[in-house]
Design a protein around this ligand. Structure first.
Ligand code: FES
Length: 139
């Protein structure tokens, strides 16, 4: 079973757990009590569930994620044009992965952690190839 490692901004390990291959990353994080906001319930509409994937970057991404990231980059948020930026609600865990959560819950910014999310990727995914440059690495 693939292992998910969650690190803080300094690279310190906060959580480590195994999941069934094919598990939606956001669902795995929630089920293992990782502090992550998911306002839209996993529908690629809000970006609060975004993660940086340090190792095990997927070689595919959803069209829904790409559409949201394109919109965010156009609105002046270039951090979404990064090969390791993903929406955890749009990622399927198929191999070991190290991730950093970008938006933990903060009661000043958030009313709640967000709506419940389904086990499956929503909306129905249309998969695009995702290129990971050598300088970032995929191990
Ligand atoms: S984009 Fe809203 S929860 Fe993932």
């Amino acid at each position: 079973m693939p292992k998910v490692t969650v690190v803080d901004p300094l690279g310190e390990v906060q959580h480590e757990f195994e999941v069934e291959s094919g598990t939606k990353l956001l669902k795995a994080l929630i089920d293992h009590e990782v502090d992550i906001v998911h306002t839209c319930g996993g529908n690629a509409e809000c970006s609060t569930c975004r993660v940086t994937i340090h190792k095990g970057v997927p070689t595919k991404k959803t069209q829904a994620q790409q559409d949201l990231f394109d919109k965010l980059v156009k609105s002046g948020q270039p951090q979404f044009d990064h090969p390791a930026a993903f929406l955890s609600c749009q990622v399927v865990v198929e191999e070991d992965m190290t991730v950093g959560v970008r938006e933990p819950f903060n009661s000043i910014l958030h009313d709640s952690v967000g709506k419940d999310t389904e086990d499956r990727i929503t909306p129905d995914p249309e998969w695009l190839d995702h290129e990971v440059p050598d300088w970032w690495g995929t191990e």
